[in-house]
Design a protein around this ligand. Structure first.
Ligand SMILES: C[S@@+](CC[C@H](N)C(=O)[O-])C[C@H]1O[C@@H](n2cnc3c(N)ncnc32)[C@H](O)[C@@H]1O
Length: 191
């Protein structure tokens, strides 16, 4: 299992990312929802607070998961936070209708991306929706590991089991910059 340190990373802003809040208010989450690389849980907790029935946040970082579980208890919100490796999601033995990736895809390099995308496909219902919010290469002031639209299209294509619907410019807020860094918000359907 690959591990990364998580707590108080730049994207750990103590509230949901505005793009995810907006998506939730527009009804973008349906059915069983999973938050991939949930960190300390703000996005998952926000989605769960809307009353969706099955919600799982997973991460490899135990410290982040412990914080997420404590927040859920403090706020009286029911979310399952579990340890899982994004490269081996088939081990979960579950499928989800909506998959959220907020800041995970962009941490992986080329070969890891292919492995991750296949792993995601193994837990996403056919016709399910995957949302990816990642740092974009469309500067100025790009975040770390910026991703191009072309890289998204290469990763998520019909031969891999995905139809990339839209890629829209957005922002990812950080602890150091309220305005955040440029991001892509991609909506992708599982074939
Ligand atoms: C940039 S943070 C984003 C956290 C959260 N989604 C957010 O928006 O605040 C990326 C998260 O992915 C987790 N991560 C990295 N590699 C992972 C892997 N192989 N499996 C599961 N989670 C992983 C990290 O521990 C970290 O919490």
């Amino acid at each position: 299992m690959r591990r990364t340190t998580t707590v108080l990373r730049p994207g750990d802003i103590g509230r949901p990312q505005p793009a995810i809040g907006r998506l939730a208010s527009e009804g973008g989450f349906a059915g069983a929802v999973v938050d991939a690389g949930c960190g300390t849980g703000e996005n998952a907790l926000h989605v769960a607070s809307l009353g969706l029935s099955v919600l799982l946040g997973f991460d490899v970082a135990e410290t982040a998961l412990a914080i997420a579980r404590q927040k859920a208890a403090d706020r009286g919100i029911e979310v399952e936070f579990a340890t899982a490796d994004a490269f081996h999601l088939e081990r979960l033995g579950r499928r989800f209708q909506t998959v959220l990736d907020c800041g995970l895809f962009h941490t992986f390099d080329g070969s890891e991306r292919a492995e991750y995308v296949a792993s995601l496909a193994s837990v996403t219902e056919h016709d399910g929706t995957l949302y990816v919010l990642c740092f974009s290469d469309d500067g100025p002031d790009t975040g770390p590991h910026p991703v191009s639209q072309e890289e998204l299209r290469t990763a998520f294509k019909p031969s891999n089991g995905w139809n990339l619907g839209t890629i829209k410019p957005d922002r990812i807020q950080t602890r150091y910059n309220e305005d955040g860094a440029p991001a892509w918000f991609a909506t992708i359907k599982r074939i």
